[in-house]
Design a protein. Structure first.
Length: 478
């Protein structure tokens, strides 16, 4: 019995070691690919190009779609931000998804809205529309506000797709603050491209504690709370390293729901956003890719590494856990819906690399890590742990995690340098030291619970309460 147990322990230990080694190798490759892509992007793009684009009369018009549910804290300022973006031709469609707060009333008062009869096509089935509002003020002539019954974010976006006027749509979270030239940069992949561009995504940054005035980002500041600050590092890793690498091989599976641009016709042909998943952003892009692959049509998905969009991230552990729980469920649902693609050579790199990577190293990773912890506890109680060996491996894993975050911080300094104060850099390095032992276990547990909730049939978003993007300058004047 003892020899069988020892044999099992040895096999399990080797499996965990091999899995961890593959993940670390994957992270190293993504870092290398990302660095090359960022370098090439900086060489290809400059400020003069943006000025030329802005002066061009041939840029495609854009419809900006922003679902809103109980966003009264920020909605007036955020809409003001959207109205002042630097782009020749665009419309803004705010979709009030059955808010129970004063979001709609605030918009009506601030922007002089009144109901209008507007013709539109029901390309995608959605919940009932109560009213469509337009402004009596000519300064806001490109603003449309739709009031509808609550159906969730995906249903709200589908409503916006039905109503909007233009062939290129930009779907954003209404609480986001966009850089002035965000649309100019995000439209670039759609221009002069040999293949059909079906979508384009950009980098999302953390707006917590930043100075926001009249819907504009005035000063970039590091978040005050540890929970928000560690997400700055997380976003560095996700966007500047992970997504940049996948963009390099044009097999990106996710464009953030907070900020993404799409070909409207392709979205409609794919069936719009899926209202039966909480990961509607990832599922839509995977479905669009799958459709184009099955049609045999050459296509591409663009990605822009500039910090184009700033958003409020969870500031409490409770809200963070609900968010990560939902992200896990969304990933699992997408992989299940499109399981036909897994290891299917018909879908080329998408089927042989992208979807297997997301399955084994995104969705499965927290479950394997949790199983490894349980395995360690069992061995500890059975006195099967060699303390020197354990400490050596723990130190190696901890050091790798810390250095990977520091590398992501280096990428930020090499590319766009949004956090200019030396004190911010030191704080982020200190945060990187604490993240593996304080923050990461919470995120891992949230992912485990997300899978458990998925098995229980939970399909709700959960309450995502916000503190609001306050303006420290104005607060001091009060």
């Amino acid at each position: 019995m003892g020899s069988i147990l020892n044999h099992f322990t040895e096999i399990a230990s080797w499996l965990f070691l091999i899995y961890g080694s593959i993940i670390c190798s994957g992270y190293l490759f993504t870092a290398i690919y990302s660095l090359i892509e960022i370098r090439d992007y900086k060489r290809r793009n400059n400020f003069e190009d943006d000025i030329a684009l802005l002066q061009s009369l041939n840029l495609p018009a854009i419809s900006i779609l922003a679902p809103a549910f109980n966003e009264g804290l920020n909605i007036v300022e955020n809409v003001r931000s959207l109205l002042t973006i630097n782009y020749p031709s665009f419309e803004i469609v705010i979709i009030n998804d059955g808010s129970s707060d004063n979001s709609l009333e605030l918009l009506i008062k601030e922007y002089d809205l009144e109901p209008k009869n507007i013709l539109y096509h029901n390309f995608i089935e959605t919940k009932e529309i109560k009213n469509i509002y337009k402004s009596t003020n000519k300064a806001f002539k490109n603003l449309t506000v739709v009031d509808k019954k609550n159906g969730g974010k995906a249903d709200a976006l589908n409503t916006g797709i039905n109503i909007c006027q233009h062939n290129v749509i930009c779907c954003i979270d209404v609480d986001c603050i966009l850089e002035n030239d965000a649309m100019l940069k995000l439209i670039k992949p759609f221009l002069n491209n040999g293949n059909k561009v079906i979508a384009s995504g950009g980098v999302i940054r953390v707006a917590n504690s930043c100075v926001i005035e009249d819907g504009r980002l005035i000063e970039v500041k590091l978040p005050d709370t540890f929970v928000a600050r560690v997400q700055v590092l997380e976003y560095f890793r996700a966007f500047l390293m992970g997504r940049m690498a996948w963009s390099r091989v044009d097999r990106l599976l996710l464009i953030s729901g907070a900020f993404g641009m799409f070909d409207k016709q392709i979205v409609i042909e794919a069936g719009g956003y899926n209202t039966n998943t909480v990961g509607e952003d990832m599922e839509l892009l995977v479905r669009m890719r799958r459709m184009m692959q099955e049609r045999g049509v050459p296509y591409t998905v663009g990605f822009v590494p500039d910090p184009l969009c700033w958003t409020e991230v969870p500031q409490t552990w409770e809200v963070l856990q609900r968010q990560r729980n939902r992200w896990t469920r969304g990933t699992a649902e997408t992989l299940w819906i499109h399981r036909k693609m897994m290891f299917n050579p018909k879908y080329k790199i998408l089927g042989m690399l992208s979807t297997p990577f997301w399955f084994f190293f995104e969705w499965l990773a927290p479950l394997i890590e949790f199983t490894g912890i349980l395995f360690f506890i069992v061995l500890l109680f059975m006195n099967q742990i060699s303390l020197p060996v354990f400490l050596t491996f723990f130190f190696a894993v901890y050091t790798f995690a810390f250095l990977f975050s520091v590398t992501a911080l280096f990428f930020e300094e090499y590319s766009f340098q949004q956090y200019k104060k030396p004190s911010y850099i030191f704080k982020l390095i200190g945060t990187a030291l604490l993240e593996p032992i304080i923050y990461h276990p919470v995120v891992m547990w949230s992912a485990v619970m997300g899978n458990f909730d998925l098995l229980r049939g939970k399909n709700s978003w959960g309450v995502m309460s916000r503190a609001g993007l306050s303006n420290p300058v104005k607060e001091k004047k009060k």
